[in-house]
Design a protein around this ligand. Sequence first.
Ligand code: HEM
Ligand code: HEM
Length: 225
Amino acid sequence: MAHPAHYREAHPFIFVMTHWINLVSIVALTISGFYIHYPFLPGLMSVMRGMHFFFMFVLLINLAVRIIGAFTVKSATRLGTREVDTDIKNWLPQKLNRGQMWPWLKYYLFLKKEHPIGAKYGVLQKIAYLFTIPLTLAAAYTGFAIWGPTMDWGFLIAGTDAVGGPMAMRIIHYYIMWGFILFTAIHIYLANIEGTDPSKLIFKWEETEGLQFDAEGRVVGGKGH
Ligand code: HEM
Ligand code: HEM
């Protein structure tokens, strides 16, 4: 299958970095969170709590940088071309996404071999990526509501009272972790069935030499495309 390109305009360096930081933070928060919930080895609680408290700030600062970047950095907004536009366009519905929901679903359900070509991200990809923002904010809200230094802040107490106390809030925070695990598992799986090496797409892109596109924006030439 001809597949979409990996090239500099599709993955500006800053977004490669924010994605890496996201990945490391989520892994660290999941390991430490699991440990806080169920200490599977003796004697590591203070290290794990320290790790959790450090990475929760890293995750939130990284989210802020990613959002500012979406409005200030330009990236490719159409698969298979080098045209660039403000990155936020990749996150919202575009003309190029129209009518592609079903073809994308069929591709994901193995009913169709090729996926539609158009915008950089498909319809379901956009929904999933946007969903990571409220999910992160929900983790932050429920997390700060059970964190000693912030738990008595008015807007956090209001939520804690509404759900029935800090223990209930803690359980909600725990379930949010499963939301991240589910998202990440599906995300990694889908990145791998794309037919190209996902590490090249986002982790360590390499400029394809002599890149050529066909009329539909598929890569048809270039070294190692
Ligand atoms: C081994 C783990 C992961 C792999 C293999 C992976 C793979 C990818 C790939 C290939 C893309 C680019 C898709 C494209 O341009 O067509 C992408 C984008 C994205 N990934 Fe991941 N990812 C991983 C972990 C995560 C985690 C843990 C999160 C957050 C919870 C995450 C959130 C995102 C988001 C929000 C995007 C949109 C692009 C952007 O922020 O610029 N990923 N990922
Ligand atoms: C984004 C901001 C976050 C904040 C402010 C935060 C804060 C906290 C706090 C204060 C605790 C309680 C620690 C203790 O009792 O010693 C905690 C526990 C926990 N956190 Fe987070 N966290 C955040 C993100 C995350 C993320 C992204 C995950 C998972 C992907 C996660 C998973 C957990 C788990 C599983 C627990 C244990 C809950 C339990 O005891 O059942 N947290 N977090």
